[in-house]
Write a protein that binds this ligand. Structure first.
Ligand code: PYR
Length: 368
């Protein structure tokens, strides 16, 4: 075939394909039902990162389904209080929720396993566990009894350890501290003498400002500065050892999820995974600048002392032993994560850790 006839055939083929797709598109769309769901978020609208994950899911689904699959997102408090979002998906008040499983740890501690446990996995290791290590399947086996299906829908990376009115120099200073802290971490820090309170994100600042609590952790520099904690509690500690890589999840009422056509289920899973990855990228992109600004405006950055970290690590292991004896679902998920954690931290000591450490040393030496 000479070049001219090839070009002619190619353009005829291209035109035919274009005409075909123009004809086929409405037919495909007609075969797809219109779905209108509501999603209860656990988060306030002011947080474009974590609340934004629900909006992003909605946009991605709408675009990919030609406007057929719609999810309307409601902020914490608009349909149900933030900490009740998961239960609203269980009982069918809404079809879906965007939340963190550990908010339900009081109902069943095994809920926390799909979110985060103190001193467990970093975000990198968590993604490997969720997508390649059976994490998603394990969590969904447990959630079945609550009529739920869940997929990861965000990660914050290692969190900060929160804002304190007074300096926390040693374990002694933790005793009697009234602190907003999320998830099973509450049961762990209770063993150190802290009085934990789980409060929804949008309600943390008023509690800290009024003095109902002495300290509060939320996520990290970008979100924390939006919530304004630096205005009332100047000491900013790290690391948030209870949230090394927390998974924010999309929870779906199981009956509603099962009613979806297979193509929509697949689309939903794909969009959830995109939101999951993008939320971490957003935090990683926004936190460095936010931290510089916080420190520039007077935040006092401190690391937790070794005695606090060690005592908390031991307390976490006590809690895990207690819960594993009481709750089969907790034990099963916890043990699966332990195996992953052991392998990950052995591996990470080689290339990952030495690369990052070398780069940080260059930075301290003024070479970056
Ligand atoms: C918290 O509730 O603490 C989160 O990290 C979302």
């Amino acid at each position: 075939m000479d070049r001219r006839s090839f070009l002619t055939r190619a353009s005829v083929g291209g035109a035919a394909a274009a005409a075909g797709s123009a004809l086929a598109a409405p037919a495909i769309a007609q075969g797809s039902p219109s779905i209108n769901w509501r999603l209860a978020s656990s988060f306030p609208k002011s947080l474009d990162t974590i609340y934004g994950g629900g909006e992003e899911l909605s946009t991605r689904l709408k675009e990919a389904s030609d406007g057929k699959f719609n999810i309307q997102v409601f902020a914490a408090g608009e349909i149900v209080p933030g900490l009740d979002a998961i239960n609203a998906a269980t009982d069918g008040t809404v079809e879906s929720a965007h939340s963190v499983g550990y908010y339900n740890w009081g109902k069943d501690p095994a809920f926390a396993c799909g979110a985060d446990l103190p001193f467990m996995l970093s975000a990198r290791a968590k993604a490997a566990f969720n997508y390649q290590g059976g994490g998603i399947e394990n969590y969904n086996e447990f959630l079945d009894q609550y009529s739920l299906v869940a997929y990861p829908g965000g990660n914050t990376g290692v969190q900060m350890g929160g804002w304190y009115r007074k300096e926390i120099k040693s374990l002694e200073d933790m005793k009697g501290l009234k602190m907003r802290i999320a998830g099973l971490a509450g049961r762990v820090v209770e063993k150190l003498g802290v009085v934990p309170q789980q409060v929804a994100g949008g309600d943390v600042y008023p509690s800290l400002e009024k003095g109902t609590i002495d300290a509060a952790e939320w996520v990290g520099p970008y979100d924390d500065s939006k919530l304004g904690f630096q205005k009332v509690a100047p000491y900013y500690y790290y690391p948030g050892f209870w949230e090394g890589g927390p998974t924010v999840s999309f929870f779906f009422n199981k009956a509603k999820f099962e009613e979806l056509p297979e193509s929509y289920k697949s689309l939903l899973r794909t969009c959830c995974q995109a939101v999951d990855q993008n939320m971490l990228a957003k935090y990683d992109s926004k936190n460095p600048t936010a931290l510089k600004e916080l420190v520039g405006s007077g935040a006092q950055l401190r690391s937790f002392s070794e005695d606090i970290l060690t005592a908390a690590f031991d307390a976490a292991n006590e809690v895990y032993a207690e819960l594993s004896g009481e709750n089969e679902w907790f034990k099963k998920q916890y043990e699966a994560m332990l195996q992953y954690r052991d392998d990950w931290y052995l591996y990470a000591q080689t290339a990952e850790y030495s690369f990052d450490t070398f780069m940080m040393i260059q930075q301290r030496n003024g070479k970056l």
